[in-house]
Design a protein around this ligand. Sequence first.
Ligand SMILES: [Zn+2]
Length: 420
Amino acid sequence: MRPTRLLRDVLGVQDTVVESTYQEISSEGGQRDLILRVRPRAGQRGRCARCQRRCAGYDRRGHPRRWRSLDWGTTMVYLEADTYRVSCPEHGVVVAHVPWAQPAARHTHPFEDTVAWWTARAASSVVAEFLRTTWRTVQAIVERVVTERAGRTDLLSGLRRIGIDEISYRKGQRYLTCVVDHDTGRLVWAAQGRNSETVLKFFDALGKERAQQLTHVSADGAEWIHTPVKARAPQAVLCLDPFHVVEWATDAVDTVRRDMWNTLRSKGNTTQASNVKGLRWAVLKNPENLTGEQRTTIAAIAKTNNRLYRAYLLKEQLRAVFAARGTPGRVLLAGWLAWAARCRIPEFVKLATTIKHYLPLIRNTLDHGLSNARSESTNTHLRVLTRRSYGFRSPEALITMAMLTRSGLCPPLPGRSSKD
Ligand SMILES: [Zn+2]
């Protein structure tokens, strides 16, 4: 095997000729780095870095530049090449294309893909330490990888059933509007803001023709979503996302529990009050997720705290409505509304009014059997993401992260197929 072919394989790059190698004391001290002098293969020279079209040279003399490659064992490895500029009819004077890295990148493709793969799975600070780089570099690399991969795939093509939702990413009314494909569960679009203009921006990106292909749009009942959807995709059936409705019920149960706790506390009934406080997780969790102890707690509530137990049952019954779907779902919903309206728990009487207000949208959800599991899991993931200590300085950084993990834009590890 020719050494250059072997080196190319180990580096994980293509169309690259290794001219020579030398070692140099690392700028970080102590260790010696390995530097490989490289050049693009003949056919890859004199091309525009942006469109890879063959162009006239602009600079004759090259300037040496380095790209960090993945480590070889414990040694840090760099590629070094002379760079020069070309004059592209479309992009003007730009740096010539190199086959081992993206334009303006300071790291090779395999290094950048590795950073992106790890960042989808671990905190940026961990990735930075492991790969001997900085947190800031990790963020910049992820942004470039996501942008480049998003540019190659059209996330908005073939959309039929979508969910539009808001995610709070920081305290103080800061929101992202996210669009999820119900059929793949992918996040296909996200932008800062929570208003009609933001939704209209999505429809601008989608275009008129593709907006007309939408069959279902689900949301949480907000007018700022409904109005632009009706204007731009009037044929689409508007549905209410079941997980939002169940969330309303969960919030109502929590309010009942909190009121009870406050009442008990103000009466000086501290033992009972702390018992009710401890009920939080038992009454808010879905029954199938309850621990044995929590089941016992629920049974105890049934005996001693009729009001809270009824609130709990109302929430569970509402969940059952959406599990049933179709006509059985409609029947259950009618029963639920009758029950909630006369339950004498103000929170649920109010919820019944809200649900009646959205009845046509909820019936659409039930009739069209809109699968909610995928978009709910994306929604949950995004919420976890915003809470995790990624240190998002900007909504753009969060969008990048969300696109990396939820839009199918994460590259496979170098040298492996995406199935690995
Ligand atoms: Zn070009």
